[in-house]
Design a protein around this ligand. Structure first.
Ligand code: FMN
Length: 217
């Protein structure tokens, strides 16, 4: 026969275990929501810097489609935020992946205005070497601002390379691989947007439930 004190101890232990698991679950849920909110904020701030935000009157995080062109955009699935103002398309912002960075894939945000020029490019994440390839980050150098206003006609398409390869874009001293890969990815993004044209603005947006799920990744 099991004695009462042993039973009581068992119940107490069990109660602590259940309580502990519950606490962890609630904390996890709250943390996930906070991370999703922070990511949303950060994406919005980055977007605002590379689109004509003073004319924007939609919520780009709610006006999203997913497209797929691994050859040009570097991933199976690529998100496209649409920026609109007064019912007019102002810009599309894509998040392509640079597949051939020095130390791994590099995630970008590329804003293409409705006239085909670049509103700007920002690096969302990378693993390039500090002091070498990491100068693609806006916080480390202004190299990435060199894309502002550029298009497939300016410089001419054949010049969409780093200077080392006969193109128009600077490389970094002792680090050509990273900027070469980023220039190619931005060029490919422009080619994709030219190819798709206005269809990118016309496609029905993703259901917001899916959108929320995607946002929290
Ligand atoms: C430890 C180490 C880290 C490096 N990191 C990078 C990098 O992040 N990006 C890059 O383009 N090159 C990096 N390089 C240099 C490349 O190996 C390569 O030499 C360079 O990109 C070629 O550019 P260059 O022809 O201008 O020298 C690194 C080299 C070493 C030894």
């Amino acid at each position: 026969m099991i004695k009462a004190p042993v039973l009581i101890a068992g119940f107490i232990l069990g109660a602590f275990a259940v309580g502990g698991v519950g606490l962890v679950a609630v904390t996890h849920q709250l943390t996930e929501e906070r991370i999703a909110a922070n990511e949303r904020e950060a994406t919005l701030r980055t977007l605002a810097a590379i689109v004509p935000h003073e004319r924007m009157d939609n919520d780009p995080l709610q006006d999203v489609i997913e497209v797929s062109d691994p050859d040009l955009l570097g991933a199976e699935s690529t998100r496209v935020y649409r920026i609109r103002g007064g019912g007019e398309p102002l810009a599309v912002v894509l998040n392509p992946v640079v597949p051939d960075g020095y130390a791994g894939p590099i995630k970008l945000l590329v804003s293409v205005l409705s006239d085909g020029t670049l509103g700007g490019v920002r690096v969302l994440s990378h693993r390039e070497t500090p002091g070498l390839g990491d100068r693609i980050e806006i916080g480390k150098s202004d190299w990435v601002l060199g894309f502002d206003g550029k298009s497939l006609g300016d410089p001419p398409e054949a010049k969409w390379k780093v200077k080392r390869d006969g193109g128009a874009f600077d490389q970094f001293a002792g680090a050509t691989i990273t900027p070469r890969a980023v220039v190619k990815a931005v060029k490919n993004t422009l080619i994709y947007v030219r190819q798709e044209g206005a269809a990118l603005y016309d496609r029905p947006k993703m259901a917001s439930a899916t959108n929320q799920k995607e946002e929290s990744r």
